[in-house]
Design a protein around this ligand. Structure first.
Ligand code: KG4
Ligand code: ZN
Length: 334
């Protein structure tokens, strides 16, 4: 079964063709760059950019897959959570295409897409597993009881982990979005240079909080001269990253132990973080758990994960109503 997956919830316009939820035939991802000068995603600009690019990205995805629209069996698109304008572009395009080609259409939860990124690539992953979702908009630990059955163990009370990386990267003059650049810079720094707070590390439960850590970095930087900051840039980046990552690692390992889950996945843009991957792998290995994470193109927002999630949703529940609309604050179903 061939699924065309469409993702436009934030600042990536992406269309993919995936066979049976497992084999990627194409996955075209166009990341918008127009937002960097504003230091964050501007919803109106994002919506208009999706509108300009969606047809071209769709054509490229079909041509790279070597498949014609007539061979596609299912159209899937993100319905939320995300920015309303961007979501509407992808969703409306998908519904129009499905209607014109008389194909079933399925609306996909963006977070379920991130969860499906690991199902797509790791075929021996147990259906009952723990997942850490860490992106620019979300930070949550979820017990997956099988596709479509989720228990949210905890989430962030304020900023998402990726948001904290982006805000600190901006404070360090690394531009926007700076999470990946901060990761690269931190590789040359000393993570023990300064001990930033590790918010909620010791508290029971699985909630996160990242706004205080960002503020702690901002206050620390205020005490330094521009020259001192430049000299210690890599050390400060590494010290922040250590605090941010340790909280994610600690809570994930604790949840894996308490729930006695042998398989753990990480997904979302921050799953690309090299320090998170290294430390989490070490800590989980020590307690006999397996860690899975997507390859880099499947960490950030992409159409392939939406196609995979759409395929599984269609298997479980059939097609969505054509009347379904975009929902910016869509909750992850249980
Ligand atoms: O999943 P994603 O593409 O979009 C959302 O759904 O939010 O995640 C983007 C986020 C951004 O905050 C970006 O800075 C962060 O992922 N990110 C990273 C790294 N690569 C991307 N954060 C830390 N280290 C990285 N290597
Ligand atoms: Zn995402």
């Amino acid at each position: 079964m061939l699924t065309l997956g469409i993702e436009t919830s934030c600042d990536e316009t992406s269309v993919a063709v995936v066979r049976s939820g497992r084999e990627i035939l194409s996955n075209v991802i166009l990341s918008q760059t127009d937002h960097s000068k504003f230091g964050g995603v501007v919803p109106e600009i994002a919506g208009r950019a999706h509108l300009r690019k969606i047809v071209g990205v769709y054509r490229q995805a079909l041509s790279e897959s070597g498949v014609e629209l007539e061979q596609i069996d299912l159209i899937a698109a993100t319905m939320g959570p995300g920015l309303i304008g961007p979501l509407l572009v992808g969703l409306t395009f998908a519904k129009g295409l499905a209607f014109a080609a008389s194909l079933p259409f399925v609306a996909v939860h963006h977070i379920e897409g991130h969860i499906a990124a690991n199902l797509l690539e790791h075929h021996d992953l147990q259906s009952h597993h723990l997942t850490l979702i860490v992106s620019g908009g979300h930070t949550m630990l979820v017990e997956v009881n099988g596709f479509g059955s989720y228990k949210i163990l905890g989430a962030t009370k304020d900023d998402a982990a990726g948001e904290a990386f982006d805000k600190v990267a901006k404070l360090l003059g690394l531009g926007y979005p700076g999470g990946a650049r901060l990761d690269r810079l931190a590789a040359d720094g000393d993570p023990e240079f300064f001990r930033f707070p590790r918010p909620m590390l010791k508290e029971p439960g699985y909630q996160f909080s990242y706004s205080g850590l960002k503020t702690a970095v901002a206050l620390y930087l205020k005490k330094l001269s521009p020259d001192q900051i430049q000299q210690q840039l890599a050390d400060i980046a590494a010290s922040f990253q250590e605090a941010a990552v340790m909280v994610l690692v600690e809570k994930t390992v604790r949840a894996a132990k308490e729930l006695q889950l042998a398989d753990v996945t990480v997904s979302g843009g921050v799953a690309a973080n090299s320090r998170l991957r290294t430390i989490l792998a070490e800590r989980l290995d020590a307690i006999g758990c397996r860690l899975f994470y997507p390859t880099l193109p499947l960490c950030t927002d992409n159409g392939a994960m939406i196609a995979a999630a759409g395929y599984y949703r269609f298997q479980n529940e059939g097609a969505s109503e054509m009347a379904v609309s975009a929902v910016p604050y869509l909750k992850l179903g249980v």
